[in-house]
Design a protein around this ligand. Structure first.
Ligand SMILES: Cc1cc2nc3c(=O)[nH]c(=O)nc-3n(C[C@H](O)[C@H](O)[C@H](O)COP(=O)(O)OP(=O)(O)OC[C@H]3O[C@@H](n4cnc5c(N)ncnc54)[C@H](O)[C@@H]3O)c2cc1C
Length: 328
């Protein structure tokens, strides 16, 4: 795509957002109708991006959040909510939709299998959604692609807060970087960080594929010692971390500063579930049309395709409404 084709697309998206705001008499990212993007003048572009490898850049209103901070807020809220009973360390093995509309769920905890029946159940398992749906006799029409994507969290408090921009590369498998403006950074160079993919609907297997047997044991042993675990991870993945930063730095030269923080990395990652059969470098891949997402109710069983992190709160509300209807 040319720059003007990209800007035309951004313009279409902006019109769509503004029309939606108007029709709902609402706000988006806490603002009423406005301009959500601006092409960077050469002076700004050249300050942050390589002139050799990038054509141009656009400032957008996209907001980055610390998923760790949100996870803490969520888990804390769940702990304080007396109507929620949290059952940890337990794997959902299968689901059966009974003829009397009840949902029978088989789980395993420390080798012990338990079967419970519920008036209603929601499958929010993401990387195991398709497998569990199948046990409940639901066939999600596909194909679906499950990708394991790694990411680095870097603590580099001494770097000037505005030196490294938050940016996403587009028109190919690049990657993204987030400056949390508190001395911490997220970085994921897609061509290196997309570690595995499968079309066989079993996302849990991707975890074992990328963590070999011995690494899994070490990870489990260190799970109670987060600081030590972080150190071991930075040492064992030093080359991978360095290569990610160097690739990103080709496009965003200031990112090279992160190399100095060799021991302050946390390497993690997860599976991404989406409809499609080819990766993001294929312009025709269904991955680029991720809009048919959300919860679907089959009788008393709800199954959720979260789609994106940013759509999770909306779908949580929709799922709660579906559950309310089912049980009332
Ligand atoms: C590196 C990376 C970058 C990303 N970047 C973005 C981004 O920029 N923007 C964006 O919008 N989205 C992004 N995503 C996608 C986003 O993270 C996911 O869409 C979102 O986390 C899905 O939330 P969820 O609650 O559906 O699933 P999860 O957060 O994965 O929760 C599912 C839970 O179910 C548990 N579980 C699974 N199977 C079982 C089972 N059988 N029994 C018991 N428990 C089970 C899992 O352990 C997990 O705790 C990214 C993902 C990754 C990995």
């Amino acid at each position: 795509m040319t720059i003007s084709e990209i800007l035309n697309h951004f313009d279409d998206v902006q019109t769509c957002i503004n029309q939606t705001i108007k029709s709902y008499d609402s706000k988006y990212l806490n603002a009423s109708e406005k301009c959500y993007f601006k092409i960077n003048p050469p002076k700004i572009h050249d300050r942050y991006f390589s002139q050799k490898y990038t054509l141009n850049s656009v400032s957008t209103d996209e907001i980055s959040v610390s998923t760790t901070a949100i996870a803490f807020i969520l888990t804390d809220a769940i702990k304080r909510q007396k109507m929620i009973t949290f059952i940890g360390n337990t794997k959902v093995i299968s689901v059966k939709r009974m003829t009397n509309d009840e949902i029978e769920i088989t789980t395993r905890n420390r080798g012990r299998t338990t079967i419970n029946k519920y008036q209603c159940a929601a499958n929010c398992l993401w990387d195991d959604k398709l497998r569990i749906d199948k046990t409940a006799d639901i066939n999600n029409s596909g194909p679906w692609i499950l990708r394991y994507k790694a990411m680095l969290n870097i603590s580099a408090p001494a770097i000037g807060l505005g030196l490294i921009p938050s940016a996403t590369g587009i028109l190919g498998p690049y990657g993204d970087i987030v400056n949390h403006k508190n001395g911490t950074y997220y970085l994921s160079w897609y061509p290196l960080c997309k570690l595995a993919e499968t079309l066989n609907n079993d996302g849990r297997k991707l975890h074992s594929e990328i963590h070999n047997y011995h690494a899994r044991i070490v990870k489990r042993i260190l799970s109670g010692f987060p600081v030590l675990s972080e150190k071991v991870s930075s040492i064992t993945h030093k080359k991978f971390i360095k290569n990610n930063i160097l690739e990103m730095a080709k496009y965003i030269p200031s990112a090279e500063q992160l190399l100095k923080y060799g021991n302050s990395f946390k390497l993690s990652g997860g599976v991404i579930l989406a409809k499609g059969s080819t990766d993001i470098n294929d312009p025709d891949s269904y991955l680029h049309q991720r809009s048919i997402i959300g919860p679907i109710a089959y009788g008393n069983y709800v199954t959720v395709d979260t789609g994106k992190y940013c759509t999770a709160p909306l779908f949580a509300l929709e799922t709660a409404d579906m559950i309310t209807k089912i049980i009332s």
